[in-house]
Design a protein around this ligand. Sequence first.
Ligand code: F6R
Ligand code: ZN
Length: 195
Amino acid sequence: MMDHPFTLKISPERGYLELFSNHITRHLSAMRNQFLDKDAYESILKKEDVLVYEVYESKRPEIAGELLHGISIVHPGKVGDEYFMTKGHFHSELETAEVYYCLHGQGMMVMETPEGSWTVEAFNAGDLVYVSPRWAHRSVNTSLIEDLIMLFVYPGNAGHDYRTIERQGFRKMIVDKDSQVAIVDNPHWISPEER
Ligand code: F6R
Ligand code: ZN
């Protein structure tokens, strides 16, 4: 099959939904055990199953050679001290990278390797974040007012491994500490030695 090239106009005014072929929504109930503060999690959930983030995908075949792309929007908010964030994942095909371009807002990309190395990149609108092959990644919205809107592009054969992060967590968490954004250790992280 040979597809014809195409153009997508990316602008919030046009509504991403009209331009992309798939809309994924992640509510708080889908993020059980991801945030550290369980009491805060349950008390928000009791009031409302808030929309934490959403993804507009341009559907492409999930095969090597294709580039999967879309827009992610992490809404502003916190669970306890922890800012709203994506679930995060490794690519099933570990040796595949990803590019994120920040269109709006501010955030941090929390990353780590299977061996437990970690890094956190802070970014603003106009910045590109390159997630190298082998690094699990999670985007965090460090604004409490504005949406974090990112364009992402990654190889068609990457696949997603969510289970590993669900089990072991990320080593670092991004929290609001006295109204400052802080990177802290996740006390529940399971290190490579403990796995
Ligand atoms: C794809 C990718 C992004 C995320 C999106 C939502 O490989 O990294 O498109 O899928 O930011 O995050 P997750 O997939 O972790 O729920
Ligand atoms: Zn990814």
